[in-house]
Design a protein around this ligand. Sequence first.
Ligand code: NAI
Length: 696
Amino acid sequence: MSSANYAVHGDVAVITLDNPPVNGLGHALRAGIVAGLEQAEADPAVKAVVVTGAGRAFSGGADIREFNSPKALAEPTLHTVIRAIEGCTKPVVAAIAGACMGGGLELALGCHFRVAQGDAQIALPEVKLGILPGAGGTQRLPRVVGVETALNMIVSGATVPAAQLAKTALFDQVVDAGVLDAGIAFARKAVADKLPLKKVRDIRIDYPDAEAFFQFARNTVGAVAKNFPAPLKCVDAVAAAVSKPFEEGLAYERALFVELVQTPESKALRHAFFAERAASKIPDVPEDTPVRRIAKVAVIGAGTMGGGITMNFLNAGIPVAILEMKQDALDRGVATIRKNYEGSLRKGKLTQDKLDARMALLKPTLSYDDLRDADLVIEAVFEEMGVKEQVFRKLDEVAKPGAILATNTSTLDVDRIASFTKRPQDVIGTHFFSPANVMKLLEVVRGKLTAKDVLATIMQLAKKIKKTAVVSGVCDGFIGNRMIEHYGREAAFLLEEGATPQQVDRALEKWGMAMGPFRMGDLAGNDIGWAIRKRRYVEKPEVRYSKVSDRLCEMGRFGQKTGAGWYRYEPGKRDAIPDPAVEQMIADYRKEIGVTPRKIADEEIVERCIYALVNEGARILEEGIAQRASDIDMVYLTGYGFPLFRGGPMFYADTVGLYNVMRAMKRFAAMPGADAKFWQPAPLLAQLAAAGRTFN
Ligand code: NAI
């Protein structure tokens, strides 16, 4: 139940914000606070009021469950609540422990006094959702912590411990523990000493040379936050706190807030925020599904992926046994893990103690006997069904009953892998992305027979190792790689028709992709795509691919690892340098197939590559491989460098309008030499477009 509990402790009324998990300021809670204040005002025995939070937070801010609902805007709004507090004729003291963020901090800033626990987490994180604090935060915070500190907090959204702000006028007292008692004691003292009821709004800001400072801030912030409008607006709002009277500043803040809420960037950020939460939910696996205990993990294969996967668990304090077939491979794998940690040590991101503790959790082994007590085994051996079969048959013999058996395969059939065991219900895919210790994305591949508790366990474990887990059904390439193949395919056709690799990469990078398809190919290894295409030529001869990528591979240009791919690379460096030899190869190929190159606009490049993703995404959705469109967006935001400010491919298509996406696809299908079949819209896309609906 969301409520503001009212209780009287002698002569002090205590209003406790109680709306789990973080006392979000939903409508009922806001109304409850005002009612509590009225009750306190009316009771002559009450001399002062303390506002505090139940559980582990003061208040985390707005109630996200009410986002986009009329309740979010219904009276009493947070503005009204804050005015009621400010106007209370009895002292109101905020007693703050735990999270005090966003609207929660704005509420506290409306109180006459604030007492906090040193470890309380103070923040105005609205900028992370592409907006700014809209209930006076940008006007009041600078008045108590100073312009520079406030600006840093508001522009970054960063969390600061209360202890760090103890010397500022934000807090009247900072205590180590027992904040409610301290708050009540402070309230009594305020009454006894007849302390004047301070209103933050009345504090004057003296900031000489403000204009010069804000101009400097705008330059710095503008350079860092290129694709996001909110940080600059935060600067404008704080500048108004200095230059305008309070009420005018407040109105200005409000206007900026309303403007920002409407921006596509803010919509994209809010979409990503909710998409991340939604991804952890599986409709037929309720949240209270019992999970299996994972106290010990084993990883098979200490190569590129096995090593990175292992580090995730060591970082979370979970012991790992890592198994290889040969001593030298095992030594190499362990040395790489150590080298990675030593890199972090040098950068000051890890202490020697922590490094030692993590390495102590690692047990390198050549024997399956050491895997007998593992609760979870993750296989990361060569991508060959024969090798996977050998490993899973062996695991079936040695793993303890109930152990989860996971495969990191990126292309193979997880159901088939499960069939090598007598316990397919315990088998699941955990598709990590490279480098596995860094990349946020984890595709959790649900096999036909995967047990619900196995799925629930892996989803929970993903959180523990700080991954964003997205569930995928079994299909070739799962969600991410299945889509990326079409994107890469389209990029190669663009070369055939007249573009250069650098033009395609530049267009997509300018649009926001972290890396264009050809630079990405060079990084991942062009031979991987080549192997997949060779398989496709046999399995799906009707699907067209440009042979230009094969020609590149025939030249031995596999990418960075061979010093040359779509670009050339200087020894030891990663800078992609355009190579006339590649342009010549492409030109020769065009001649061979009789194509006269044409000039291709950046806009066409972007549309063709991104809509190729969208169309395959629609098929994935339709087939139930992805549970929801926003899951596909999460895969692309966290695993493929898709620009956050565009919200993911499906959200972006929604923004453009599915009707418009379809029209563009029709145009591409009609172009000379086009693969009309490829541009056939997925039935779901066609349906939604016709109905004027969206994916999300
Ligand atoms: P890798 O070649 O770097 O490492 C494989 C390791 O497994 C080698 O150290 C090898 O000695 C060991 N190994 C082979 N057979 C074994 C066996 N029977 N028992 C124990 N160890 C054995 O390969 P990588 O890149 O780490 O890939 C591993 C798996 O992860 C593959 O299934 C791959 O498709 C998948 N994957 C790879 C990604 C990448 O970017 N490299 C990304 C996502 C998944």
